[in-house]
Ligand binder design. Structure first.
Ligand SMILES: *Cc1c(COP(=O)(O)O)cnc(C)c1O
Length: 360
């Protein structure tokens, strides 16, 4: 009898663990575990989504032309070089499926986003993990790990869960030094929170092997709807479109995303609020003796003295109905990742941690 066996690599996938969203015995929780926008989506996106309800009997467009035009207009990009997906996760999947396979290697980094090894395994490729330096992606270590089998290098900039960034000049050095056959994926899920950063657009313009991915899940507050996009040379987008299902995005997704990206004022406001309360949160942590690198995203990484202390702090937060993210799975067992909430959320978390630390 022939056996039913999955493709190579599939059984090596460790299932993705998402941020916790409920607590036993607590009716109301403050969820700061998934880097969601505390202010929700733009009211215009909500209205567009509701309006789409009347035409749900119609198939959506297969080419996402209106959404790509909106993204192109707002970001100053050629819509023909944009591809949209079910979250940026799907765009990352198109890239991996199209450019890596059995025998190939995909480079990820020590504290890198856990989707990258999952996608590499799903394509039958081998994820190769490169060490970071003090929670920062290290360009020289990546270059030293490149082999003839390397097909993709994944970097989230800003990075999750560390919140750190590779400076623009370093990224450019990496793009220039990689062999032309290696795709450099710049995952810009948190690019809007970093201030003066284009998410990697200028590198896409200058290097044929750089692909940028972006998402509506973070700054646009649409994680529940699942929309992301990618930007690259026409030749690469043409490849990715071949593995994309024609109707991958629904009417409601496209309507909400288009309204969200066009609401530039709301996006700016969200970024400004985030920057303000991120600083407040980090300063508060540092003042009570909890180490915390400067973050360029919408979360901070609180570093405790030991893994036990991080667990105890997590328990104290849970006791108060606050959910943050444990990141032992990212090789950071002494840390907790805390999403930057609104003012009340940041004050509350600092209050609980101050009591935990016995400072006032
Ligand atoms: C949240 C996140 C994404 C976005 O995923 P979506 O599929 O767009 O929701 C991508 N990369 C990183 C590093 C993230 O943290």
């Amino acid at each position: 009898m022939p056996q039913i066996r999955p493709q190579p690599g599939i059984m090596e996938i460790a299932l993705y663990v998402s941020g916790q969203s409920s607590l036993a015995g607590k009716a109301e929780v403050l969820k700061l575990s998934s880097n969601e926008n505390p202010y929700g989506p733009s009211p215009k996106a909500q209205a567009a989504y509701a309006e789409a309800a009347a035409t749900l009997h119609r198939y959506p467009s297969t080419d996402h032309a209106e959404l790509r035009a909106a993204i192109g207009a707002v970001h100053g990009l050629d819509p023909d070089r944009i591809i949209c997906g079910v979250g940026s996760d799907e765009v990352l999947q198109f890239i991996t499926q199209s450019f890596a396979g059995p025998g190939d290697e995909c480079i990820t980094t020590e504290h890198g986003f856990s989707m990258y090894p999952i996608l590499a395994h799903a394509a039958g490729a081998v994820p190769v993990e490169v060490a970071e330096t003090d929670r920062r992606v290290d360009v020289d270590k990546i270059l030293a790990a490149v082999t003839a089998r390397t097909k993709i290098v994944f970097i989230a900039n800003p990075a999750n869960p560390t919140g750190t960034m590779v400076p623009g000049a370093e990224l450019r050095r990496l793009a220039g030094a990689l062999p032309m056959g290696v795709i450099l994926v710049l995952d810009g899920a948190y690019a809007e929170f970093a201030g003066d950063y284009d998410g990697g657009v200028s590198l896409v313009e200058d290097f044929p092997n750089v692909v940028m991915t972006r998402t509506f899940s973070k700054i646009h507050g649409l994680g529940g709807l699942r929309i992301g996009w990618g930007y690259a040379r026409r030749e690469i987008i043409d490849v990715l479109n071949r593995v994309r299902q024609p109707f991958n995005l629904s009417l409601g997704q496209m309507a909400a995303a288009e309204a969200a990206v066009r609401d530039v004022e709301y996006t700016r406001w969200c970024a400004a609020e985030n920057a303000r309360w991120r600083d407040f949160l980090r300063n508060g942590l540092v003042q009570m003796g909890i180490a915390c690198d400067e973050s360029f995203a919408n979360f901070v990484l609180a570093r405790f003295d030991t893994p036990d202390e991080a667990d105890a702090a997590d328990a104290a937060l849970k006791e108060d109905g606050i959910l943050v993210r444990k990141v032992a799975g990212y090789k950071l067992p002494e840390c907790l990742r805390i999403t930057v909430g609104d003012e009340a959320a940041c004050r509350r978390i600092l209050g609980v941690l101050a009591a935990f630390k016995g400072v006032r």
